[in-house]
Design a protein around this ligand. Structure first.
Ligand code: SF4
Ligand code: SF4
Length: 149
């Protein structure tokens, strides 16, 4: 679950996260929902998934508390996370705001995530010059899934 707004550690985390040079973005078109990223992220509540329905594969990153440590990108078995300059996601609340495609069900059913992080609704497709080319390197054998590392 996302870190509650009144959690005692939140102000310290938000302050630290505001100064880091990198943030994690997730390609929902390739995420298998394996939750490895959730298990390795050192910040409690920084990465969350879409409820418990296995049909809704995918996770999202809270940018207000992501400290840019890269562990999720390093350990994701499906290579679906990229680190991008924090400046390129300035003003975005979560990695949902940075989706390079809008085909995931969350764009049809934004109620899959808490109301306070639905800023991705009606946002244009994210076009980061560093991340965009990497997200086109999909596994041709398995549409919408990248090859495992
Ligand atoms: S580790 Fe990668 S594939 Fe697994 S849930 Fe996280 S982003 Fe998705
Ligand atoms: S970069 Fe680090 S803090 Fe940010 S989501 Fe990934 S594991 Fe968590």
């Amino acid at each position: 679950m996302p870190l509650p707004a009144d959690h005692p550690d939140r102000p310290k985390l938000v302050s630290r996260a505001a100064k880091v040079p990198l943030k994690a973005i997730v390609n929902l078109g390739a995420c298998t929902g394996c939750e490895v990223c959730i298990s390795v992220c050192p910040v409690d509540g920084c990465i969350d998934k879409f409820g418990d329905d296995p049909a809704n594969f995918g996770v999202w990153v809270n940018y207000d508390i992501c400290i840019g440590c890269r562990l999720c990108a390093k350990d994701c078995p499906w290579d679906t996370i990229r680190m991008v300059p924090s400046a390129s996601v300035k003003g975005f609340m979560t990695s949902l705001d940075t989706q390079p495609n809008h085909e995931h069900e969350v764009f049809a059913r934004p109620e899959l995530v808490p109301a306070e992080v639905r800023s991705f609704v009606d946002k244009p497709v994210y076009q980061d010059p560093v991340a965009a080319p990497m997200f086109t390197q999909q596994n041709k054998e398995v549409p919408n899934i990248m090859g495992p590392k």
